[in-house]
Design a protein around this ligand. Sequence first.
Ligand SMILES: *[C@@H]1O[C@H](CO)[C@@H](O)[C@H](O)[C@H]1NC(C)=O
Ligand SMILES: *[C@@H]1O[C@H](CO)[C@@H](O)[C@H](O)[C@H]1NC(C)=O
Ligand SMILES: *[C@@H]1O[C@H](CO)[C@@H](O)[C@H](O)[C@H]1NC(C)=O
Ligand SMILES: *[C@@H]1O[C@H](CO)[C@@H](O)[C@H](O)[C@H]1NC(C)=O
Length: 433
Amino acid sequence: MRPWRNRHLSIALHLIIWLTILVICWNIFRAGDKPRKDKAKDKPTEVLWWSSAMSWSYDEIRTCGIHKCRFTNNRQRLSQAMAVLFYGSNMKMHDFPLPRLPQHIWALLHEESPRNVPFVPFNEFLRHFNYTSTFSRHSDLPLTTQYLPGVSELTTMKYFNDFYTKSFHFTHVIFLQSDCDTMSGREDYVKELIRHIRVDSYGKCLHNKDLPPSLQEDYLNRMYSTELLNFFKHYKFMIAIENGICNDYITEKFWRPLVAGVIPIYFGSPTIKDWQPQNKSAIYVDDFPNAAALAEYLLFLADNQTEYDSYRQHKLNSANNIDNKRLIENIMTRYYQIDETQKEGSSLFQKFECAMCQRLASSEKYKSADVRHYECPLPPIHAPLSNKQEPHHAEDWRSMMEVGRCQAQLLDNFFQANRSFTQEQFEQKLYEC
Ligand SMILES: *[C@@H]1O[C@H](CO)[C@@H](O)[C@H](O)[C@H]1NC(C)=O
Ligand SMILES: *[C@@H]1O[C@H](CO)[C@@H](O)[C@H](O)[C@H]1NC(C)=O
Ligand SMILES: *[C@@H]1O[C@H](CO)[C@@H](O)[C@H](O)[C@H]1NC(C)=O
Ligand SMILES: *[C@@H]1O[C@H](CO)[C@@H](O)[C@H](O)[C@H]1NC(C)=O
């Protein structure tokens, strides 16, 4: 009786095992087969750069993840294109692909501040875009921390000078800038600061000292070269004033001193405190009524190690170097950061193309862009000068942004009318605005 039952059982077991193996094999076979079959009939999705500044002809098929796209700047391909890409700083007001086909996703890559294209920060303009990559955390592909190479640079002790070594060199504030006329009133502010504390200025603006010859090229080409950071580290403070003020617009001006163990004197993104590595990592210009009050505080810090080092916890607090979850998360999930080694495929443009390619393949709905994708307080704000003075060209910058507002309104009208227009037509209307 017993062996008989066992025999049955063993046959049943064998059958089950074989059946399971068969099912698994069948599934593997089908899974492996499917993409191959799709690929054969898959034509690459077309993505068109709309940029008159690209004078060379560009036409490339690339695979992004598992999706294949053709990237081109050949305007003949407009009707086949699924997405049209725009590069912010190069946009021309009278040059948009109109009439716009229903399938056209408009994608905007704009990592810079609005000084070249003042119509961008307005909803009337932004709402025509389905996909953006800007410095704003609200954009589809945020570039907020693009100028920070990585976490290890923030925490490294490689460029760290302790308080006493710095004091021995008796060097206080470094300023290194070659764009002297900015919306943020950078130079006007530093001019006031210089009256109260020694500032070594190595750039073109307010130049009073020469960089060592070996650094003169590095400083423009390699923002994070070892030589440059080793030069900065002797200083206690570094002026870090952005050229334009927009939420989340943060450049190397903020990160570089942090990497070198120097305290940044920052003015720029109004949201900057969301991005510092610790809750007190920089000195913020707008926490002080004027440059005199700031200088007084700097002189106090420069003489008090405890107070000074309390700003350098990202270096010194090895148990908890970076106490900012938002910053860590951003760095872990960002799609792009500057890369001085320039690896193949790592340029901002290539990454943006691929992100668009993959996005086109997803079934997720698009949201229209809005001002949060490029938010710059208007009229432009500037660093606080004594006696409520205005920076030199404040009036010019204000009126430039007002013209930008008109331009955005006009573009909105033309986009809605869904027809192309000439430069003359645009300028005629702008004149009336
Ligand atoms: C714009 O014009 C194109 C070409 O005539 C047309 O296919 C498209 O539907 C129009 N878009 C809108 C929103 O009317
Ligand atoms: C893209 O944005 C335009 C303008 O806001 C809108 O008309 C269009 O429906 C959007 N496309 C998609 C696929 O959401
Ligand atoms: C910074 O963190 C310390 C310790 O966690 C806390 O006591 C302090 O209130 C914080 N300061 C600010 C400005 O959040
Ligand atoms: C440094 O500043 C703290 C207050 O933050 C103070 O208690 C301390 O006495 C100061 N040290 C020196 C050497 O002035």
